[in-house]
Design a protein around this ligand. Structure first.
Ligand SMILES: [Zn+2]
Length: 221
């Protein structure tokens, strides 16, 4: 069985590669995402390679083998199902669930995970709007764009929040900007780098450019 550290590396390499669409992930990205030194990240990449989970190429980076990808997808599945459970059933605060899931994802057994999935009714996305892989490892990724790239007058459905930082999640939660919320883009202020939106309640809100880039939306027909 893989250690928690190996599981975290596999998961992080997988998520980084999903973000960029590039199979090979530079070591700088890995060390930054995991908050470790480049030397530590490289040592772990070699460990993953000796376990048959990854291929490490000096200067280029690290990529997952099929076996490594399977492990990573299972970790993502565990993480997101746990988040769903903590939020929907235990009613924990939306901004707290990511950190709790980071430790629980390593602890629960496959049997408990299967029971949890059945109990929850096989949800397809977590409370942040990220897809939950099914038991066979397949998952859908809806076509989404950053809120900042929408055109004025567009109605959009908030699909995902890319920043898992709890302060930002709290902000999003407090401002009716959670995944599943429908909003309308009123106008962009190019010079001020901000976007004004109308929330479901009818209230309007102005978001700064960096915040708008972290909110991914599906454009409504
Ligand atoms: Zn999370």
């Amino acid at each position: 069985m893989a250690s928690s550290t190996v599981e975290n590396y596999a998961k992080e390499i997988f998520l980084s590669s999903q973000r960029t669409g590039d199979k090979v992930v530079p070591m700088g990205t890995v060390s930054e995402a995991l908050g470790v030194s480049p030397g530590t990240a490289t040592a772990m990449a070699k460990k993953l390679e000796s376990d048959g989970l990854a291929v490490y190429k000096p200067r280029a980076g690290v990529s997952l083998t099929d076996k490594g990808r399977d492990l990573a997808v299972q970790m993502v599945r565990r993480h997101r199902l746990v988040e769903y459970f903590l939020f929907e059933i235990l009613k924990m605060d939306w901004s707290e669930i990511h950190e709790e899931a980071e430790s629980l994802e390593h602890a629960i057994s496959d049997r408990l995970l299967a029971r949890l999935d059945t109990f929850l009714g096989h949800p397809s996305s977590d409370p942040h709007g990220d897809p939950i892989p099914s038991a066979d490892g397949s998952f859908s990724t809806p076509k989404v764009i950053p809120l900042g790239e929408c055109t004025d007058g567009q109605s959009v459905l908030i699909s995902r929040i890319t920043d898992q930082d709890s302060a930002f999640l709290h902000y999003v939660s407090q401002n009716e900007l959670r995944p599943g919320s429908e909003i309308k883009v009123i106008r962009h202020d190019k010079a001020g780098q901000s976007v004004e939106v109308q929330l479901g309640s009818g209230a309007t809100k102005t978001l700064g450019g960096p915040a708008a880039d972290k909110i991914l939306v599906c454009v409504q027909p």
